[in-house]
Design a protein around this ligand. Structure first.
Ligand code: NDP
Length: 483
């Protein structure tokens, strides 16, 4: 494979206006490759080609769409270990998580392959005599997809697969931090029997090519995952053009640990939710809200479990926590650690930058105790291996702390009480609620999304995706006078 990687535009692999380096966060000496940055003219040409190709694809038989999506999904699943290694090399998650993510990315394609064959409409009688009604869905057109670096394959695929399944064209701008995964996925898609221009990869900086893409009059819908500030800007641009938009942004998820919880299970769910993926998940549980009756015992075990985590090179066997994704993210994390201490939380363990054999962005998982929900470290998404324990005097107080946030993606409760679990399931103001499970970890065949500042627009994944990627058309047919 060449070290210079190109964009895929209108069915061709093209050099960009410039290139960026992609370096391994586990070992910054390791240059993964040089990746093209698309020009404005290339973006225009991608959008023009997408519009043409979409008209052809929308007329294609469902069987063709099924075959294409199934082939992409199966290749991703078969090659999950190999592609996952590259993903881990550029993003920093341990190899098992990299392979797992690629496998999951494949499942999105096989799931939506099957959904192509389940596009059933509805019929209805009119309120007027002699008229029948047919309600069907049609593609939305050209979809701009903007994806983040933390799940570079899975997030992109849960958007690209339904977009194609429901008859749309795609112009995809992946995060510049993880272009290698994007190029591999695009190579797989480019080998399929698709009209030239139906799928386009336009790499480039979000503030430049990303901004140009979302403002472009040639797009009909935008699906974005990333930060709240960028999401709000995208919503404003979309409103100016009346473009359909779907945003999945940050969160400040909480795991409530009750005094009747299975202590070992609670600790394991807290560690998994807080530090899995180096804490860089929109579903991470960075707030651990713990009933005072179990607080000290929980903190003692959580401290031991946190200190036992092995931080290391993402590609080394035995690594449980990889590096953080970038120098900028590490810098922000270190600043947030200081902030937490200035605000009065006690840093029980971790947080320091680690010098390992290879030069990378390593950080020891950090645990704060004595936090309050008013502290900024408990209000803003940190996207870091940093968790804070907040003590609660009762279940009611814990629930109110869980809900005291502008976000609302996931929340979890650890309890043996069916009554508390049921009450929590109904009253946690989030999109996804977990009982005796980590706050992170969701399925692909059911809706995913949140409330408040976490999400905006129709839900992603499962059958819900049809809402975003299609228009509804209601047809009235005069059937003539009854015989
Ligand atoms: P961003 O929101 O900046 O990036 C997400 C995606 O949007 C990337 O592809 C980025 O491109 C692109 N982008 C950036 N600016 C624009 C723009 N003006 N118009 C169109 N696209 C744009 O997130 P960061 O990567 O900077 O991460 C910062 C914080 O965001 C994290 O610390 C975390 O709190 C949150 N985040 C949340 C995620 C989630 O899963 N909900 C995922 C990622 C981040 P590029 O990267 O090439 O600039």
């Amino acid at each position: 494979m060449s070290d210079n990687h190109h964009n895929y535009i209108a069915g061709q692999w093209l050099k960009g206006a410039s290139e960026i380096e992609n370096r391994n966060p586990s070992d910054t000496r390791d240059l993964i490759g040089l990746y093209a940055q698309a020009s404005r003219a290339q973006l225009d040409s991608a959008l023009a080609a997408a519009s043409e190709a979409q008209r052809i694809w929308a007329r294609s038989g469902l069987e063709q769409r099924y075959k294409v999506l199934m082939a992409i999904g199966q290749e991703l699943m078969q090659r999950s270990a190999e592609i996952g290694r590259t993903l881990s090399r550029e993003e920093g998650k341990p190899m098992a998580e990299g392979a797992g993510e690629v496998y999951r990315a494949g499942q999105f394609f096989t799931y939506y392959a099957a959904e192509t064959l389940r596009q059933l409409g509805q019929t209805a009688d009119s309120v007027r005599d002699g008229i029948e009604i047919d309600i069907r869905r049609e593609p939305i057109g050209v979809v701009a997809i903007i994806s983040p670096w933390n799940f570079p394959m899975a997030t992109a695929c849960w958007k690209i697969a339904p977009a194609l399944a429901f008859g749309n064209a795609v112009v995809w701008k992946p995060a510049n931090l993880t272009p290698a995964s994007a190029v591999i996925l695009s190579e797989i898609i480019a080998r399929q029997d698709l009209p030239a221009g139906l799928f386009n990869l336009v790499m480039g900086a979000g503030s430049e090519i990303g901004q140009a893409l979302i403002e472009h009059p040639g797009i009909n819908a935008i699906s974005f995952t990333g930060s709240v500030d960028v999401g709000k800007g995208i919503a404003a641009s979309a409103a100016a053009n009346l473009t359909k938009v779907q945003l999945e942004m940050g969160s400040k998820n909480a795991l409530a640990v009750m005094d009747d919880a299975d202590l070992d299970l609670a600790v394991s769910c807290a560690v998994n939710g807080a530090f899995g993926g180096t804490g860089q998940k929109c579903t991470a549980s960075s707030r651990l809200i713990v009933h005072e009756g179990i607080h000290d015992a929980f903190v003692e075990k959580l401290l031991a479990a946190t200190q036992a985590l092995k931080v290391g090179h993402a590609l080394e066997a035995g690594t449980q926590i990889g590096p953080v994704a970038s120098a900028a993210q590490l810098e922000a994390n270190l600043a947030n650690l200081q902030l937490g201490q200035q605000e009065g939380a006690e840093l029980l363990t971790g947080g320091q930058r680690l010098e390992l054999e290879s030069p990378g962005y390593y950080q020891a998982p950090a645990l704060f105790i004595g936090g309050s929900n008013a502290m900024r470290i408990n209000r803003e998404e940190l996207f870091a291996p940093i968790a804070c324990v907040i003590k609660a005097g009762s279940y009611e107080e814990a629930l109110s702390l869980v809900n005291d946030t502008r976000f609302g993606l996931t929340a979890g409760i650890m309890t043996r009480s069916l009554a508390r679990a049921s009450h929590f399931r109904r009253n946690a103001r989030v999109g996804c609620v977990m009982v005796n499970l980590p706050t992170a970890g969701t399925d692909y065949h059911v809706p995913f999304g949140g409330r408040g500042d976490s999400s905006y627009g129709p839900r992603e994944q499962g059958r819900s995706a049809v809402e975003f990627y299609t228009h509804v058309k209601t047809g009235y047919i005069a059937a003539g006078a009854p015989l």
